[in-house]
Design a protein around this ligand. Structure first.
Ligand code: PHE
Ligand code: ZN
Length: 576
């Protein structure tokens, strides 16, 4: 078998797949010495192309291949390398592809694909783990409806779980049993999951806004089940919050969470079968701190919210990772803010961003929110993609307002439900829903580095005007020596020496004069300036006394702020 060396993959090389997968039937026969796997895929040749069909597969032993029930032969009809199975001449229309393989989950220590953790079988397919289960087109834009049959020893593995609804379950001879799961929603294979083992569940129910009952189960080993009350509470709160804040209802009658001790990342949003590292599910007053409780709420929310931002609308390719992660982090931050203290949560998130993400952006690992190339995708689950990505989403909200942002989200779901899309599609939905001018905002996705925003101020008592000069500069980062100015929302207030927000009634941004009014017709106390050029001046009229500017309120943009505000004025905010 030929060995393939690692390859760099570029965003600019993206092309639509030639072959789509429509329905996929997976049959797992779980045994101690190996797992036998049969897949039956309905393949659609999109344009009648004659190009070969390339399937990904790593550490998978091939037993047989059939196309439309006919055996396919090695050499002339297919070839195998260490990472791929290539079918040379698939039919030019539709066909049924059947592949039988063997894997050894008990020897899989990658924590990717199908593996064993404390005696249970468990999967992890994001980013590229499905290829360790069977040969498949392991890419995001191939979305299929999965039916999964799992067969195992009943006493060792009494619980058999996969995505979607349980449609059949029965005992077999020799102490074995099976379950069949069907997921009615099409999905890329990174959202596939399977769990088989000795688990018990805490059961509850959620009634959705349209009155549908959803059965909720949180599965753990017996000794952990008493620590799942808070996770259940968090899940129900998240389901309700997504309905109230984003109008998003859960879409199946069942939702499962499994907590396992061996899990590399925090948790995984597999469709209707979220899998968590135990530490992010389990909490009891004896063992958990307030911070632990808050983390459970945040991560349960995060994975649940992926059902709409990630699963129903998914990513076209891995370069778009921030499309689902940045957006879902933003959503979990907002959820935690509403569940606890908004100010405390924002301060904690901004601290984390400034400590971890700003240093990443200033060092040799600096990269764009939407990377332009990768060798191993696993390395791109970074604070830049997640946390800076969430700040980019938050900036849309700051620029468009809460209502405008919601309109953009509604349009995004309306246009793209069931699709695999890009950050450009999200940007377009936000822009179109609001008729907004977001001209050079998109560069937040393509320019790495933390912008430096330098602000100098002056007050003219005779003219009663307050002037603010802004300069933006984005430092060079590896591979990007020069940068363009981009749209930075700068939220600010002008505070009187007595500590009151002054009413701001107008601002001149160098091009035009804009009048500002709140809903009662008075001036506003916080204004969001659009800093778009390398240098720009803003003038506020009718300011009765020298104000103390309160800049970058709510940390309205992920920038380093440099200003000429005196220490005395800065101290004023901490004391007033
Ligand atoms: N998609 C997961 C999340 O953000 C993170 C994850 C990535 C988990 C890759 C496992 C592997 O919720
Ligand atoms: Zn996520």
């Amino acid at each position: 078998m030929a060995k393939e060396s690692p390859k760099e993959i570029f965003l600019k090389d993206y092309k639509l797949p030639d072959y789509y997968f429509d329905t996929v039937n997976l049959d797992f026969i779980l045994k101690e010495e190996h797992t036998l796997m049969h897949s039956k895929i309905h393949v659609i040749n999109r344009q009648g192309t004659l190009s070969p069909l390339r399937l990904d597969g790593v550490d998978v032993k091939l037993l047989s291949i059939r196309i439309n029930s006919k055996v396919v032969k090695e050499g002339e009809e297919y070839s195998l390398s260490s990472k791929h199975l290539i079918l040379h001449h698939p039919p030019a229309t539709q066909f049924v592809l059947e592949i039988t393989t063997e894997i050894e989950p008990q020897n899989n220590t990658a924590l990717e694909g199908l593996y064993k953790t404390t005696g249970n079988f468990c999967t992890q397919c994001e980013a590229e783990g499905f290829r360790r289960i069977t040969f498949y087109q392991d890419c995001r834009d191939v979305m299929a409806k999965f039916t999964t049959r799992i067969e195992a020893d009943k006493s060792l593995y009494p619980v058999l779980l996969s995505n979607g609804n349980l449609i059949e379950q029965a005992d077999l001879p020799d102490g074995r049993h099976y379950a069949v799961w069907n997921d009615p929603f099409k999905k890329p294979c990174y959202l596939f999951a399977l769990v088989a083992g000795q688990l018990v569940s805490r059961d509850d129910e959620f009634v959705t806004c349209s009155g549908r009952k959803v059965a909720l189960h949180i599965w753990t080993p017996t000794q952990d089940i008493s620590k799942t009350a808070h996770a259940t509470y968090s899940l129900k709160a998240a389901m309700k919050w997504d309905e109230e804040v984003f109008g998003r209802e859960y879409d199946l009658d069942l939702f499962n969470i499994v907590a396992v001790p061996d899990f590399n990342m925090g948790a995984m949003e597999n469709k209707s079968l979220n899998i968590f590292n135990s530490r992010l599910v389990l909490a009891s007053p004896e063992t958990a701190t307030d911070a632990d409780y808050a983390a459970v709420i945040g991560v349960i929310g995060h994975e649940y919210f992926h059902n709409w931002t990630g699963n129903r609308v998914t990513c076209r390719d891995w370069f778009q990772l921030s499309l689902k992660e940045g957006l879902t982090v933003f959503r979990d931050q907002e959820f935690s803010s509403d569940m606890g203290s908004r100010a405390v949560k924002r301060i904690a998130d901004v601290l984390r961003l400034r400590i971890s993400q700003f240093s990443q952006d200033a060092g040799p690992m600096a990269h764009r929110v939407r990377p332009h190339s990768y060798i191993k995708m696993d390395n791109f689950y970074t604070v830049t993609v997640y946390e800076k990505g969430a700040e980019v989403v938050r900036m849309y909200e700051t620029l468009l307002g809460k209502k405008g942002f919601r309109k953009g989200m509604d349009l995004y779901f309306e246009r793209h439900d069931g699709q695999a899309v890009t950050c450009d599609d999200f940007y377009a939905a936000m822009r179109d829903a609001n008729n907004a001018n977001l001209a050079n905002f998109k560069m937040w996705y393509s320019q790495a580095g933390t912008p430096v925003l330098t602000v100098s101020t002056s007050y003219d008592a005779a003219a009663r005007t307050f002037r603010l000069k802004c300069r933006q500069e984005i430092p060079p980062t590896p591979g990007q020596p020069t940068k363009e100015p981009m749209l930075i929302p700068l939220a600010l207030g002008l505070v009187s020496p007595k500590g009151k927000d002054l009413a701001i009634t107008s601002v001149h941004d160098g091009e035009s004069l804009k009048f500002l009014k709140d809903e009662h017709g008075n001036g506003v106390t916080t204004v969001v300036l659009r800093v778009e050029k390398a240098e720009q001046e803003f003038v506020f009229a009718d300011i009765p006394e020298r104000p103390i500017p309160s800049l970058l309120r709510n940390f309205s943009a992920p920038v380093r702020l440099v200003s000429d505000i005196s220490d005395e004025d800065l101290l004023f905010f901490t004391c007033s």
